[in-house]
Design a protein around this ligand. Structure first.
Ligand SMILES: *Cc1c(COP(=O)(O)O)cnc(C)c1O
Length: 424
């Protein structure tokens, strides 16, 4: 639908909700409530996704099995714990566009990033540089810096930060390519967020992977803001690895387990340097406990410990919903909903707001980063008091994400109304 066809009234928003094929899914989630018992307008699914109503039963099942079976639950639980992580793999792989052998749910995001960098940041002579975004999420930057130091090198020499041009906020792909080409055989690794947490800008993982590989570098992506949001095609992109968390768009609960992808081309390399643990060892001989480490020929070789079943049950409950809906349907609604939200916010006028997220749907997911002229946190606090949960980034940016699984067009309209009122 063209933006110009949209109308600025509530009935129209409700009309769009009436046509929404996914509208029933909102009721599958718990909406946080305000003091007056009205639901909040929750636009923070890019930070912490809402709780599926099915999560409680999923956790309860494992508590019951533990209660009644003790250690026997590894074999006899309704969902036996021994192979438990395998139950999640297919649905997880579908969300990120990968083969099942390439995807595992384990650990948390920053931990997985370290595990991957230990394998894929192997500086050798002058090939010792890592490219990251200048405004990367702090954890990613700390991880990269510490990996460089672990190799006896200095982040000042080895970390190359991609900066937007003077007077611009978004990175240009041509500049990314130029940086890669300029570094050439000094480049060891490219490690970018695939959707920037601050601007909401999506980076083309296919192109960046091809450019990195052309100069002999490894390429990995942090998909924290992409997984469950943007239709990633990790396998087809050819990237070497990816990591993500499952608690943002993937609704698996605070601090929930993360995910990791390693491209199949690395699965049979037994000499790969990695941190190893028993859960990465050949399943046939894992319990003999005597054999030398024999890595599973899949991403599972990077697993260390037997997994936390409670946390995994929450990821599984959420993945079942994603599996039912599918990324194409989610993406279709996301494009419509984000486009509508953009139309509403833009109508407030260029003199008041500036959306820094790209306006091209192919270069963004669900998030809009709204820069408010002459704003301060007081404005944001007022919006919160009026019933909106969004996210504030100093000095003047409100980040909102209308998530296709549980947000409505009416949510977008009500947010716009409140923002408009507080601005005037
Ligand atoms: C959310 C987020 C993180 C958080 O890392 P955790 O290890 O899950 O605490 C890291 N990096 C990016 C890009 C994120 O968006």
């Amino acid at each position: 639908m063209l933006a110009t066809e949209h109308k600025l009234d509530l009935d129209y928003a409700r009309e769009l909700d009436g046509q929404d094929e996914l509208k029933a899914y909102r009721d599958r989630f718990h909406m946080p409530l305000q003091e007056n018992a009205e639901p909040y307008i929750y636009l923070c699914g890019n930070s912490l996704g809402l709780q599926p109503k099915s999560t409680k039963d999923a956790l309860e099942q494992e508590l019951q099995d533990w209660k009644h079976l003790g250690v026997e639950g590894h074999f006899h639980a309704k969902n036996p714990w021994l192979p438990y992580h395998e139950f999640l793999t297919k649905a997880m792989a579908k969300v990120v566009g990968a083969k099942s052998e390439e995807v595992v749910v384990m650990n948390t995001l920053t931990v997985n990033l370290h595990l991957m960098m230990i394998s894929f940041y192997r500086p050798n002579g002058k090939r010792n540089k890592i490219i990251i975004e200048a405004d990367a999420f702090p954890s990613d930057k700390y991880a990269a810096e510490s990996q460089i130091r672990m190799q006896g090198l200095d982040p000042k020499d080895c970390l190359v930060e991609l900066k937007a041009r003077e007077g611009e906020v978004l990175l240009r792909h041509e500049d990314i390519k130029q940086t890669i080409d300029d570094l050439g055989d000094e480049l060891a690794l490219i490690m970018l967020g695939n959707t920037n947490y601050y601007t909401g800008q999506y980076f083309d993982i296919h192109k960046i992977t091809a450019w990195g590989h052309a100069v002999g570098a490894y390429v990995g992506f942090d998909c924290a803001h992409g997984a469950g949001n943007y239709p990633l095609q990790l396998h087809d992109s050819g990237c070497d690895f990816a990591v993500w968390c499952n608690y943002k768009y993937l609704n698996s609960g605070p601090g929930g387990l993360g995910g990791a992808f390693v491209h199949e081309r690395h699965h049979h390399n037994k000499d790969m340097i990695r941190l190893a643990g028993w859960w990465g060892h050949n399943k046939e001989t894992r319990f003999k406990m005597r054999d030398a480490f024999d890595p599973i020929p899949s991403v599972e070789a990077w697993q260390l410990s037997n997994p936390p079943i409670m946390a995994m049950a929450a990821v599984w409950a959420s993945l079942k919903i994603f599996d039912e809906v599918g990324m194409p349907a989610l993406r279709k609604k996301a494009i419509a909903l984000t486009g509508y939200m953009e139309f509403l916010v833009k109508s407030l006028g260029d003199d008041v707001i500036n959306i820094i997220t790209p306006s091209d749907p192919n270069q963004r997911g669900s998030q809009l980063s709204i820069q408010v002229k002459n704003a301060n946190k007081a404005l944001f606090d007022k919006i919160t008091e009026s019933g909106v949960i969004a996210d504030w980034r100093e000095p003047d940016v409100i980040r909102v994400s209308a998530v296709p699984l549980y947000n409505s067009f009416e949510d977008a309209f009500l947010f716009y109304t409140i923002l408009k009122e507080e601005l005037s």
